[in-house]
Design a protein. Structure first.
Length: 161
């Protein structure tokens, strides 16, 4: 996780994803996505971000407002609201039965140095899954949008027709 911290502090990350997978079936059962937008970018990065807009999350706002100055309390309140919403998600997420594992996917800038033990991966999307957009939070430096995807219980292990 030290590499993740370096990338985050260096403004190299655009997305962090945690995927929970059933160990027995290999099926992805939950996918937690955190889209990170860094506000303080160099002119080159801002131009690159505009050019890369075609790869943006379709659920994210098309034109996010710029940074807004907030007090530390306002930021803490927003983060606490996200934690409450994540905790409350147990009311609609299917129970994780059996053995599960998780993968951490990091969407980093192309010029980022990647440790040898890290590898490329597919997006590990959940086919025909439900998606729920959760709260966002922002500081004067960045904005984080959160979404969870999951598969309904009756769809687990069944092929779609």
């Amino acid at each position: 996780m030290s590499q993740l911290n370096k990338w985050m502090l260096g403004g190299k990350i655009s997305k962090l994803v945690i995927v929970i997978t059933d160990k027995d079936t290999g099926e992805h059962v939950e996918r937690w996505q955190f889209d990170v937008e860094i506000f303080k970018q160099s002119k080159n990065k801002a131009a690159k971000a505009a050019a890369d807009n075609e790869n943006a999350n379709p659920g994210a706002q098309a034109s996010n407002p710029g940074p807004v100055e907030k007090s530390e309390k306002e930021i803490q309140d927003e983060i606490q609201a996200i934690f409450r919403q994540i905790t409350a998600s147990v009311t609609f997420l299917p129970m994780l039965d059996g053995n599960c594992t998780f993968n951490v996917l990091v969407y980093a800038d192309a010029d980022s140095e990647v440790p040898l033990e890290w590898g490329d991966s597919d997006a590990k999307e959940i086919e025909n899954g439900e998606k729920v957009q959760l709260r966002s939070f922002s500081t004067s430096n960045h904005r984080v949008d959160t979404m969870v995807s999951y598969r309904q219980l009756h769809k687990l292990g069944q092929s779609e027709q």
